[in-house]
Design a protein around this ligand. Structure first.
Ligand SMILES: Cc1ncc(COP(=O)(O)O)c(C=O)c1O
Length: 397
């Protein structure tokens, strides 16, 4: 029988060097609740903890080899079992994170000055990595209509038609708007990229965190005919709350790109070996973590339902964009405060809640807040209560 987890338990993470709990902006109110960075306040699955304890008992933590058949088999088995997606083991490479992988890939796939399409509002490190490496952000904004997000294919077509634009970074599922793209949507994106022979980096880090009723479609499974120009980023880090262990698996079907990857990561930057705890945790997660993950997803569904109801009752002018995936909820608060900077100040200094501000995901996010709801429900409730108290006191224009 599988273990029944209690996600209502609040683990004290203070003084653990936690970015989420130990780094607080200087202007934040006392005891501000961190609802921003994307890690979970849920303890890891017991099989992962057991495997890590066992690994510690070995007492030596030397350089560790990722390139073993056992590791690659474990990862590919996970995607086969969960998504019926067959990954060829030789196409998988190691990265200490998905964001570093995107940085490496930009060096492989582009030259300084080249354009790269992203779909804002979107996970802000995409724009940072593009700009910080001297490339250009080319925005294909998502359409926000009737409270829901879709893609603008005509605009994407125009942007990818430009010869100075080399490819796009797709966020699938999408952070922060929570879309789980359908097969039809993904096929349309791939068709446009194919029309102009542009590459796609598909960041699928949130693929296991899917809300009830939705199904993640791995783009490489969906569009095998375009596999030479698609790269997929995956990781157990969001799924199993292992972000600090710095372990991700990047699927690069194109052999020439893989050779360049090896050149850059190994020969230039010496990203040679993985963290032994990362390997151990990933192996346990992908072989024995399924029951925990199913329970986490069920708990997150309930947190979403709780939040929806709370907002309807107490802040009816707030619009919660229904998340289809991820544990991040995107809320339009412009009806209460249309000034994004003022909203930020009110939340942080008066309400005592620390969100990822909507505007950091791109201009279109101004006036939105991104909630990380992977926390015990009573923390979510406290956050909503604090926010409501402040917003209700505002004069609604
Ligand atoms: C879409 C997306 N990609 C990547 C990351 C982070 O990846 P990593 O910590 O492996 O660099 C996140 C974290 O929130 C994310 O939402």
């Amino acid at each position: 029988m599988s273990i029944q987890y209690n996600f209502d338990e609040l683990v004290d993470r203070s003084h653990t060097h936690s970015v989420k709990w130990d780094i607080v902006p200087p202007n934040a109110a006392k005891d501000t609740l961190p609802m921003w960075i994307a890690d979970m306040d849920f303890p890891c699955a017991q099989p992962i903890l057991d495997a890590l304890h066992k690994r510690v008992d070995n007492r030596i933590f030397g350089y560790s080899n990722y390139h073993s058949d056992e590791i690659k088999q474990t990862v590919t088995d996970w995607f086969q079992r969960r998504f019926e997606w067959t990954i060829h083991k030789e196409e998988m490479v190691f990265s200490p994170g998905v964001v570093p992988a995107i940085a490496f890939l930009l060096h492989i796939l582009t030259e300084p000055g080249d354009g790269v399409v992203i779909q804002q509002p979107v996970y802000y490190p995409f724009a940072d990595k593009i700009e910080n490496s001297g490339r250009r952000v080319v925005n294909n904004p998502l359409c926000y209509k009737d409270g829901a997000y879709t893609m603008d294919y005509d605009d994407l077509d125009r942007k990818l038609a430009d010869p100075s634009v080399k490819g796009m970074i797709l966020c699938s599922p999408h952070n922060p708007v929570g879309r789980v793209w359908t097969a039809a949507e993904l096929k349309q994106v791939v068709a446009i990229a194919q029309k102009y022979d542009k590459w796609i980096i598909s960041d699928e880090i949130h693929c296991d965190l899917i809300r009830r009723g939705f199904t993640h479609q791995p783009v490489l499974k969906l569009c095998p005919e375009y596999r030479q120009r698609i790269i997929v980023c995956t990781a157990p880090s969001k799924t199993f709350n292992l972000a600090g262990l710095q372990m991700s698996n990047i699927v690069i079907p194109n052999e020439a790109y893989r050779a360049r990857w090896w050149d850059i990561t190994m020969n230039e930057f010496s990203i040679a070996s993985a963290n032994p705890f990362g390997i151990t945790a990933m192996m346990a997660a992908y072989t024995q973590g399924e029951a925990w993950l199913d329970q986490v997803n069920a708990y997150l569904d309930e947190n979403v339902a709780f939040m929806r109801q709370y907002l309807q009752q107490h802040l009816p002018k707030a619009h919660m964009v229904e998340p289809q995936g991820t544990y991040l909820v995107w809320v339009d608060l412009r009806a209460y405060c249309s000034d994004a900077k003022k909203l930020e100040q009110l939340m942080l200094e008066e309400a005592g809640v620390y969100f990822d501000e909507g505007y950091i995901f791109g201009e279109a996010g101004a006036g939105f807040e991104r909630f990380n709801i992977a926390c015990p429900r009573r923390i979510l409730q406290q956050c909503l209560e604090r926010m409501t108290k402040v917003l209700q006191s505002l004069i609604i224009d």
